[in-house]
Design a protein around this ligand. Structure first.
Ligand code: HEC
Ligand code: HEC
Ligand code: HEC
Ligand code: HEC
Length: 151
């Protein structure tokens, strides 16, 4: 009887905990169009960046579904709400807002909830690796994340 209860409780916790971890802590990816209504200037600037068009660089060579390439040219690859492949989730292609600011579902539901504001050079270096972009200079490049230099 006691043993049965312990099992019951752990299973209940397992069932409840997994979705809670997603929805309350990290949230899920929603795509850049969801940010536009409240951040229209930044969104317009962002559209002019190479990040916004990063999938086009892969499409040129027909590599828009190759995991080895897409992991740095899309948003939330293999994460909740993120890019799966170009046919299923074309709206998550490109290096969008959430690639730098983290998944946005919680923030949209409650805009006072935190987004990553500046992950620093480590964040950029996940894609601008030594191998891929040896001359990457954070201080210089971070000015252009939203298109026009940040004030
Ligand atoms: C419903 C309106 C709304 C939507 C939609 C929205 N935001 Fe925000 N966002 C805000 C407001 C309001 C603030 C300022 C909040 C504050 O100062 O506490 C903010 C602040 C931020 C900040 C700065 C956070 C900080 O700590 O200063 C970032 C980054 C951000 N939003 C990113 C996004 C991204 C990315 C999306 C889309 C996934 C998005 N927002 C969608 C309203 C919105
Ligand atoms: C998810 C991967 C990813 C992350 C994270 C990322 N980038 Fe990029 N970035 C790319 C890719 C891919 C390109 C090339 C896009 C293209 O032309 O196809 C690029 C291009 C750029 C460019 C334009 C080319 C250049 O070198 O001038 C700038 C500027 C840039 N990134 C700055 C940053 C900064 C600053 C950060 C961190 C705040 C950052 N990126 C984070 C993947 C990423
Ligand atoms: C580790 C992350 C990463 C991976 C993996 C990656 N890229 Fe990129 N890619 C970048 C970054 C960062 C840039 C921008 C910096 C630069 O221009 O060198 C970029 C730029 C590009 C560009 C634009 C170059 C130019 O100057 O116009 C093309 C094309 C490209 N990548 C194709 C690919 C292909 C094809 C693959 C798979 C074989 C791939 N990438 C895998 C990060 C990555
Ligand atoms: C390549 C990474 C990257 C992308 C893509 C990106 N941002 Fe940012 N964003 C940053 C960084 C880094 C900062 C902090 C800049 C600073 O503090 O100077 C920032 C700051 C912000 C802020 C706070 C602005 C302020 O003045 O405090 C908001 C809001 C924001 N971003 C929203 C967005 C939205 C919406 C998108 C997509 C349309 C987006 N960002 C795309 C990297 C990015």
């Amino acid at each position: 009887m006691r043993l049965k209860n312990v099992y019951g409780i752990s299973i209940l916790l397992l069932v409840l905990n997994v979705p809670l971890m997603y929805s309350e802590k990290s949230g899920s990816y929603v795509g850049a169009t969801q940010c536009e209504p409240c951040h229209s200037d930044i969104s317009a600037g962002y559209q002019t960046t190479r990040h916004a068009k990063a999938i086009d660089s892969l499409k040129k060579s027909g590599q828009e579904n190759l995991p080895a390439c897409v992991k740095c040219h899309v948003t939330g690859f293999e994460q909740d709400g993120g890019f799966i492949d170009y046919d299923l989730t074309p709206e998550m292609a490109g290096v969008q807002c959430e690639a730098c600011h983290g998944p946005g579902s919680n923030h949209i539901a409650d805009p006072t909830s935190d987004m990553i504001k500046n992950g620093g050079p480590e964040l950029c270096r996940q894609c601008h690796t030594e191998k891929q972009d040896p001359k990457f200079n954070f201080e210089e490049k971070v000015k252009y994340v939203h298109g026009t230099p940040l004030q």
